[in-house]
Design a protein around this ligand. Structure first.
Ligand code: 3HC
Length: 676
């Protein structure tokens, strides 16, 4: 794990713990031992520490958290690096994250390449830098920069770090080591970060907290980060370290950090498909076709264009096509006006887009994604036609959000090339892609689907073919119960508030209004059987009509709707329902516990590979609060038996179609967890 090389009087210590040089026990012991021998060896005048492979270090070994771990502990190791009587220099050629950057800050000097990434992302795992980072970074980079980096978790470049004083010298990668050795040799004495004096303006912490109040609301770690940096400005260094350690210990044992660490590993686990041979050859995707220039088709296209992959977008109507391309440009222009991309980048993305009404233009595409409206017959016709046009080996994907991918595939003579690529709205923003594996989908088509999703910056999750796949299938009981609750006495505001208080970006009714209340509506205004029918019949199709479950002003600001209250009251009267007071707890049981129940069914029926995949779907596709880990993880935290007994207590209110997941029942009798 550790290699050492003596360059005359400078000892090079190389951290080598693939894949990310995580600072697990072996590496810590190795550094400790190498440092001790350097100190004991008169020939050695100075030390350089660097990382092997692509990174300096990805930080502490996260798998060790929550378990007792052995000495040398990282904070102590870093203190002994800093205490070294011989100069120690960090040579940073790639990422130095978390404990990795803390090691570098314990060194006396730092050299880095321009494009290195230096950051303290601990906050994203619900913890704070616990090996001196909150005390050393403000001393090296200043309080403002330290607060920003530690509370956001966002890394900065080597170049920026040099401008802040966090890095002493920049070097090209080819000569970094050589320069670091020369720097170490020339350094007459250690310069210890702990000795750098630190002061802060009186109101800096107050101001920062106020400015970031919305971003950090409800989260434990950012508040603790601010407190720890504040301690750095108020206390002697060692007291600050002790304060940091106490805050770290409290966070690492907390539910939020457990959930955030779960999501970190869940996302990486989702990339793994157990029955796919590791050496599965990927298909080359150099050009993508998109069928349908509507909101989804345009958003999907943008992902590929932004990644430099040419797209041919096809629509039947010239008008629809022009409108769609116009929306793509408008979205890019909006990004440019916010400074997220340059005008040149907008133009080069747009230059990769070809729009046409000619279906045959899809002939040279390696992947074609169909994104037309949800109608099985239409989709089958498109796939049959595609079969005649697409080149051999092209992947044929549907963006369907509910329909049977196997049936769609049956319209072609090559079902092994067919799969679902289900993007989430807005498709250019939301990170999730459900990669739907049909009964005949070839292994290389599936692997390529996962890979291409990653290439365009998405988080792919494999789903089996069932109605609504993972995400939307779980939405169904939630929506059905939300509507029933309305009839029984709740208001849209109450149901939505329970969800937003929980941490969701919006509740079921706000979501319905955004997506379109008319989705899935039979379009016959005379046929009014459900609340949705009644709203749709009156043109209350959601935000796009400025009327849905809420009324909207021109800026799409919602207000409770007296018209909807009237529709609901009318419905109750006709159905003979006497409204009652609905508690928030009941809303939680009926709209959130039922989702856990549906997730458990998806799992046991084999439509998700693992419980944590379901969590990834909800975190990345629907904005489930990351610090609550996803519905399966949360279900385990609430306790499976609590969920089952609450569902059983409410059984007569959950609708005739409701059944309890056999897996949940079994977990209650046999013990165990969902494993989210
Ligand atoms: N500890 C343990 N395992 C880690 C790890 C870490 N810090 N960082 C990455 N890994 C594992 C991943 O789980 C993955 O394992 P797998 O192959 O079995 O799925 C493998 O290393 C490769 O990781 P990625 O797929 O994420 O590789 P990438 O090249 O895409 O990304 C990375 C590299 C940017 C370093 C990314 O892995 C990452 O963000 N890691 C976490 C960085 C972090 O949060 N560091 C702070 C740790 S906490 C800390 O240092 C506390 C200290 O203050 C006391």
């Amino acid at each position: 794990m550790i290699e050492t090389h003596l360059h005359d009087d400078v000892l090079e210590i190389v951290m080598n713990n693939p894949p990310v040089n995580a600072l697990g026990l072996g590496l810590r012991e190795g550094i400790d031992k190498a440092l001790r021998s350097a100190l004991a060896d008169d020939k050695v005048k100075a030390v350089v520490i660097r990382g092997a492979g692509k990174l300096f270090s990805g930080g502490a070994d996260i798998t060790e958290f929550g378990r007792p771990h052995a000495a040398p502990h990282l904070p102590n190791l870093i203190n002994s690096i800093e205490a070294s009587a011989k100069p120690v220099v960090a040579a940073i050629h790639g990422m130095a994250l978390g404990g990795g950057l803390e090691i570098a800050m314990g060194c006396h000097y730092r050299l880095a390449v321009h494009a290195a990434k230096l950051g303290l992302p601990e906050v994203t795992l619900g913890i704070l830098p616990g090996a001196g980072g909150t005390q050393r970074l403000p001393r090296l980079a200043g309080v403002d920069a330290a607060l920003n980096m530690i509370v956001s978790g966002t890394p900065i470049s080597g170049e920026k770090a040099a401008a802040l004083g966090l890095v002493d010298q920049l070097a090209p990668e080819a000569t970094l080591l050589e320069q670091a050795i020369a720097f170490a040799r020339a350094a007459k004495a250690p310069r210890r970060t702990r000795d750098v004096p630190l002061t802060a303006e009186d109101d800096v912490f107050e101001r920062f907290s106020v400015e970031n109040a919305r971003k950090i609301a409800g989260l434990d770690a950012p508040r603790a980060c601010i407190e720890a940096v504040k301690a750095a400005t108020e206390m002697p260094f060692d007291d600050g370290l002790a304060k940091e350690a106490a805050l770290f210990d409290a966070l690492v044992d907390g539910d939020q950090s457990k959930a955030l660490r779960h999501v970190f590993f869940a996302e990486r686990a989702a990339a793994k498909i157990s029955d796919l041979p590791k050496d599965t050859q990927l298909r080359a995707i150099k050009k993508v076709g998109v069928i349908g220039a509507g909101t989804m088709g345009g958003g999907i296209s943008m992902n590929f264009l932004s990644a430099g992959i040419p797209v041919t977008i096809v629509d039947m109507g010239q008008d629809a096509l022009e409108r769609g391309v116009g929306v793509v440009r408008k979205n890019y222009e909006a990004s440019a006006s916010k400074g997220r991309m340059t005008q040149a980048q907008v133009e080069s993305a747009m230059a990769l887009l070809t729009s046409t009404v000619d279906f045959n233009a899809l002939a040279d595409c390696d992947l074609v994604i169909e994104a037309v409206y949800e109608n099985m017959e239409v989709k089958k016709q498109i796939f049959a036609r595609l079969d005649g046009v697409a080149k051999p080996g092209a992947m044929l994907a549907s963006n369907t959000s509910f329909l049977n991918v196997d049936e769609i595939a049956s319209a072609t003579g090559r079902p092994s090339d067919v799969l679902g690529l289900h993007f989430f709205s807005p498709a250019n923003v939301m990170k999730l892609v459900e990669v739907v594996r049909g009964a005949s989908t070839a292994p290389d088509a599936l692997a390529t689907g996962m890979e291409i999703a990653r290439r365009i910056g998405k988080v792919p999750v494999v789903a089996g073919v069932c109605y609504g796949f993972i995400g939307n299938r779980m939405l169904l009981p939630r929506q059905a119960n939300a509507e029933a609750l309305l009839l029984e006495g709740a208001t849209p505001e109450q149901v939505d508030r329970v969800h937003t208080n929980f941490g969701m970006p919006m509740g079921p009714f706000q979501m319905a209004d955004l997506a379109g209340v008319d989705i899935g509506w039979h379009r016959d205004p005379a046929r009014v059987e459900t609340l949705q029918d009644a709203l749709c019949a009156q043109g209350r199709w959601g935000q796009k009509k400025q009327a849905g479950y809420y009324d909207y002003d021109a800026k799409r600001k919602p207000t409770p709707s007296p018209i909807v209250a009237g529709i609901v009251a009318d419905f109750r009267r006709k159905a003979g329902i006497v409204p009652r007071l609905i508690s928030d707890e009941e809303i939680v049981v009926r709209t959130l516990y039922t989702m856990v129940n549906e997730g458990a069914k998806i799992l046991e029926e084999g439509f998700a590979q693992r419980a944590s995949d379901i969590d990834v779907v909800w975190v990345y596709g629907y904005g489930w609060p990351r610090h609550k880990g996803g519905p399966m993880f949360w279900g385990d935290q609430v306790g499976v038996s609590n969920i089952v007994s609450a569902l059983e207590r409410n059984a007569d209110r959950l609708g005739t179609g409701f059944t309890l997941s056999p897996l949940l029942k079994r977990l209650v009798t046999e013990g165990g967890k969902l494993g989210g």
